[in-house]
Design a protein around this ligand. Sequence first.
Ligand code: SF4
Length: 263
Amino acid sequence: MFLTAGDYYFVVLMSITEITVKTALVRSKIAGVDFVVNPYLGCGHGCRYCYASFMARYSHHHKRYPWGTFVEVKCNIVEVLHSELSRKRRKGTVMMSSVCDPYQPMERKYRLTRQCIEALKEFGWGIDILTRSPLVTRDIDLLSDTSSVAVGITIPTDSDHVRTVLEPNAPSIRNRLTALKQLYDAGIDTWVFIGPLLPMNPRKLYESIESYVGHILIDSLNYRDKVRDIFMKNNWAYALTDGYARDTAGELIRLFGNRAEKV
Ligand code: SF4
């Protein structure tokens, strides 16, 4: 499979399997979110620090595959979601997604995220999107005509060099910024997830996003051992410390004021 991520072109050996599921809505403890929906098991972005890599053990066909090299496509998730929504007495808010990127490359072909959004809108539910991908702008027509939608773009660094090392298959920072601006200009409630806190210049990041966000959410690098070797090799050991996390979060909170929140 050929992927484009900003100015970079590369080949990723990806194992794709179509599966069926029995459930779509999963209850969530995330603040402000009642349920999560993950249309894919696995994630083609394959971020090196990914907190969701434990999901491989729930896979049907890829238990031993490295994270980022497989995706299981939940082909019937839209029908299942529709059926679940029709049986719910109370409406809620759904986050898409919690353990995969809903706009990872496979979404271009399968359009499951788009169809799930259509179902959620049909039943009048709130929707909170979180993605690293400019593919979300394909769905601006769906996302911009309701007030119960928010779209978050994950931008954990201002440096595309850092992004290339730690999120090699994910879209460039520049393309994420362009997508954020497009969403904002379309009148969508936009926010940025600055997490995990990677090596960065907080002021540069602030200056590139502050005009286009209602709020930001900050989170530390929680699984440091996963990336310790990569950080050491790139002279980023300083960014593995509690002090770096504290100072960087503090600087972002100072810059964004009451628009900033720490997880
Ligand atoms: S985009 Fe999210 S779910 Fe996908 S690999 Fe990166 S951190 Fe993990």
